[in-house]
Design a protein. Structure first.
Length: 147
């Protein structure tokens, strides 16, 4: 079994990692909300930037998760039972809120994509009709000044 000092140190480190994970999840949720707002406003370059920012947060979260798993394993192998705490409940809450926000953004981006496809089809139809109009104009009546 681990010494009491080692247990305290590992427990403190675990709590610090969970707190840092919560902070990053809060950033992720804020970015997800910002992404939804950008999608609502048609600011697709900002959506792209946010996706990059979210990827960086995701990498940090992966690192935290790996460290947390390792620490929990160390504690459990030392005979200590690691239980859920309020902070891990917050981690789950933030993750779920982010997923809900992402679903909203996905709907907005899908709608924007469909709108863009429809506009492109309308533009193609307009182009075809305009070309047909100009083509027909050359076949029509000509103006004769002598009459």
């Amino acid at each position: 079994m681990s010494s009491p000092n080692e247990l305290v140190k590992n427990s403190d480190t675990l709590v610090e990692l969970l707190a840092a994970q919560c902070t990053e999840l809060e950033k992720l949720l804020a970015l997800a909300r910002e992404e939804t707002e950008a999608a609502q406003n048609g600011m697709f370059l900002r959506v792209w930037d946010i996706v990059s920012e979210r990827a960086a947060v995701g990498k940090r979260l992966e690192t935290f998760q790996q460290q947390i798993v390792e620490l929990r394993g160390t504690l459990e192998s030392g005979g200590y039972r690691v239980t859920q705490h309020d902070i891990t409940d917050r981690v789950m809450e933030l993750a779920n809120l982010t997923l809900v926000q992402d679903q909203e953004t996905h709907k907005l981006l899908a709608a924007a994509r469909e709108e863009a496809v429809e506009e492109m089809q309308n533009l193609e139809t307009f182009k075809f009709r305009t070309n047909a109009y100009f083509h027909e104009r050359t076949k029509g009546l000509t103006f004769n000044r002598e009459l």
